[in-house]
Design a protein around this ligand. Structure first.
Ligand SMILES: *Cc1c(COP(=O)(O)O)cnc(C)c1O
Length: 402
């Protein structure tokens, strides 16, 4: 290896984002391979006993065990940190492992967490069920109501947790405003940025402390592997996240890290083209569907804010039909090109009915409260020719009477 402790940040951090996506974090072995090497190894060997002692004492920066360090995983972590503009990043086995680690590494019994009520189903489960089991109080609020964040603060509030745009309601949080409220009260803001990736939105530029990812979504972007990541200051990663992660082990496998490294090389191209397709499809559907939840359309209540925070509208939007579950299911069943699938961020266009899939387990009351209605459908717009997508949507809406 030319470098075992990471690239020289004074060189790589001056590269522009497109360069980071292709080269950030790359280490080369003595073979000079062009594509990043895949290190399928759980452990490491040492030249002598003194080196072992030095590594375990933290005096020698070399690797000791793949729950702590792995060269392929480290390349991915360095690349994500550089793309995010974060001091440091650690990857996890899935997006939910990342969210769990980001919250549990810093919260203790007696603390309080304020979270957005509109959230990915499993994120809501963490807030509604997991944290309270360990004595961590939680409050869920309407994240689009800026005053609600401040009103929910208690003396023991330690964390704000939200996603923007939210899954699947596409609620937009005023990231700068909410993070400023957090900062003024010494609260850590944790932002789940899965819908955007660092190519479309960098919450740290708006004051977020911690940015967490499902890298399964846009970062891999081709529907291949589960992966997650948490970005923060070096101090947060070293003092909070690392002790939690190295002792509980939600690590990303080197093979999956390698797949995501390949995904990042084309992330910007994919995210922008998929956003363009999502905007064109959204414009087509506007005249046919009663309610569009699409941050790129002027009809979205926070369209202007969304477009200030995001570089493009992203590939995902939702819409609501008046005929409830039966009409929503009829649209899905009439699709010929777009797949029925609950994944997002994929190069393929995928559509699902959240109330009977991703948000089924949380129950009707929680769905009503966060606005996941029976007539709601969510679509991830892929890289297909947008005219084929429009034609498929056209005939599926018509088949369902729209
Ligand atoms: C998919 C998703 C997650 C969970 O990620 P996994 O990789 O599936 O574990 C978390 N948050 C949001 C917003 C998501 O879309």
């Amino acid at each position: 290896m030319k470098k075992t402790t990471g690239m020289d940040r004074t060189v790589t951090s001056t590269w522009r984002p497109a360069t980071q996506a292709v080269r950030g974090g790359t280490w080369r072995s003595e073979h000079g391979e062009t594509s990043e090497a895949l290190f399928l190894t759980s452990g490491y060997t040492y030249d002598d006993a003194a080196t072992v002692a030095a590594r375990f004492a933290g005096e020698d920066p070399g690797m000791t065990y793949s729950r702590l360090q792995n060269p392929t995983v480290a390349m991915l972590e360095e690349r994500i940190a550089l793309m995010e503009g974060a001091e440091a990043c650690r990857t996890q086995a899935s997006g939910m492992a990342a969210m769990t680690a980001a919250l549990l590494c810093q919260l203790s019994a007696g603390d309080h967490c304020v979270a957005a009520r509109a959230a990915f189903g499993s994120c809501r489960w963490l807030v509604d069920h997991l944290l309270p089991r360990f004595g961590i109080e939680t409050t869920v609020i309407d994240s689009a109501d800026d005053a609600a964040w401040e009103a929910a603060i208690r003396p023991n509030t330690r964390v704000f947790f939200f996603e923007s745009p939210a899954n699947p309601t596409l609620d937009i949080v005023d990231i700068a405003r909410v993070c400023a409220i957090a900062k003024a009260h010494g609260i850590i803001s944790v932002v789940d940025n899965a819908f955007c990736s660092p190519v479309l939105q960098r919450p740290m530029e708006f004051g977020a402390d911690v940015v967490a990812y499902s890298a399964t979504k846009l970062m891999d972007g081709q529907g291949r592997v589960l992966a997650g990541a948490v970005c923060g200051t070096q101090e947060f990663i070293d003092e909070k996240l690392l002790p939690f992660q190295r002792n509980t082990g939600p690590n990303l496998a080197p093979f999956n890290a390698w797949v995501v490294l390949k995904g990042l090389e084309t992330l910007s191209l994919r995210a922008h083209r998929q956003s363009e397709n999502a905007l064109k499809l959204g414009h087509f559907m506007e005249t046919r569907v009663p309610t569009m939840l699409h941050p790129g359309l002027a009809s979205h209540p926070r369209h202007e804010l969304a477009m200030r925070q995001m570089d493009a509208c992203g590939p995902i939007f939702s819409f609501v039909v008046d005929g409830g579950r039966s009409q929503a299911h009829a649209i899905l069943d009439a699709l010929r090109l777009i797949d029925i699938s609950n994944n997002i961020g994929d190069t393929r266009s995928l559509m699902c009915h959240p109330a009977s899939s991703t948000h089924a387990a949380m129950g009707e009351q929680a769905r009503d409260e966060m606005g996941v209605s029976e007539g709601m459908l969510r679509i991830n717009v892929g890289l297909e020719d947008v005219d084929d997508l429009i034609e498929d949507m056209d005939q599926a809406l018509a088949a369902a009477g729209l």
